[in-house]
Design a protein around this ligand. Structure first.
Ligand code: ZN
Length: 301
């Protein structure tokens, strides 16, 4: 409680000392990929910050005071939704005391709202059962179709918040669409040999990429999204991987490498550490570089 009071007084100080009438639209995003899309669409009219870094686990971000300050100044928050950030974003939004970005306001964009969501549970699931994807899979931002949906949503919201920038936002979106169409042909050509490749993934975070590139997900190291594997599951998974001749396990850098290496070794497979967001490694500076890196990793394994 003391920490929250301290945060709020800090926000007061910063808000009070902020300069007058800044022309830029302040966009805050929960992940770096969305920050990049907002920059591509918004160009010079926007100032964009991401609350998390691309090498962090986006389910669990530390709620630092500086994040509350970013949100206090924001005109627009763009978040992944589908409960990905439920453990850390709501208290930050509350602490920001910023009505503009409250749920239901134009300044609050749930980027999943137009996404064709995969892995929606067919029976009622809630977090008490351990599954951290109770509304379906929130890891949708890498596949081109979905990134395009998000970029369009961001452009629409920016127009709504800052109508005088409409022409620029539409031009920014068009540039992104054109570049994406070109890159997509390249990616699909390079990834064509991957069709039908059997994979195991650590977390259920590759479904959209697998669907896009035709990978066949045979199993998961986590028995349910968010649940660490008990030894019985590991033993079962190793047997499954041998039977199915699975050669790779996809994982993000923030998941336990030892567990994956052990499973891979016993199953005669290889652990592939995949970038899942812009900023996952220093070279991955934008969305296009992220998808390049994902395709490259898969093709080179
Ligand atoms: Zn997840």
């Amino acid at each position: 409680m003391r920490a929250i009071v301290a945060l709020l007084s800090l926000v007061g100080v910063v808000a009070g000392s902020a300069g007058r009438a800044e022309a830029k639209v302040h966009v805050v995003t929960t992940i770096e990929t969305f920050a990049d899309l907002a920059r591509k669409v918004g160009g010079d009219r926007v100032e964009v910050k991401s609350l998390s870094r691309g090498y962090m686990d986006p389910h669990f971000v530390e709620a630092k005071p500086s994040l509350v300050i970013d949100l206090n100044r924001a005109d627009l928050i763009v978040h992944v939704g589908l409960e990905l950030e439920i453990g850390w974003l709501p208290p930050l939004l509350l602490g920001s005391r910023n009505e503009k970005i409250a749920l239901g306001q134009p300044g609050n964009l749930d980027a999943s709202s137009q996404i064709p969501v995969l892995d929606v549970p067919t029976t009622r699931v809630d977090r008490s059962m351990g599954d951290i994807h109770p509304q379906g899979n929130p890891h949708y931002w890498i596949a081109p179709d979905d990134a395009l949906i998000v970029a369009r949503e961001i452009a629409q919201r920016l127009e709504q918040i800052d109508p005088s920038g409409t022409a620029e936002y539409r031009a920014g979106l068009k540039r992104f669409e054109d570049e994406l169409a070109k890159r997509r042909v390249e990616w699909e050509k390079r990834a064509a040999p991957l069709k039908g490749m059997k994979v195991v993934t650590y977390h259920k975070s590759w479904s959209y990429v697998s669907k896009w590139l035709g990978l066949q997900e045979v199993g998961y190291v986590e028995p349910k999204p968010g649940i660490p594997a008990p030894p019985s599951h590991i033993a079962w998974l190793i047997g499954l991987m041998r039977r199915e001749a699975v050669k790779v396990i996809l994982m993000e850098s923030f998941y336990p490498r030892n567990t994956v290496e052990l499973v891979a070794q016993k199953a005669g497979a290889k652990a592939l550490v995949m970038p899942s967001d812009v900023g996952a490694t220093p070279e991955i500076k934008d969305y296009f570089a992220l998808v390049d890196a994902v395709v490259q990793k898969l093709v080179a394994q």
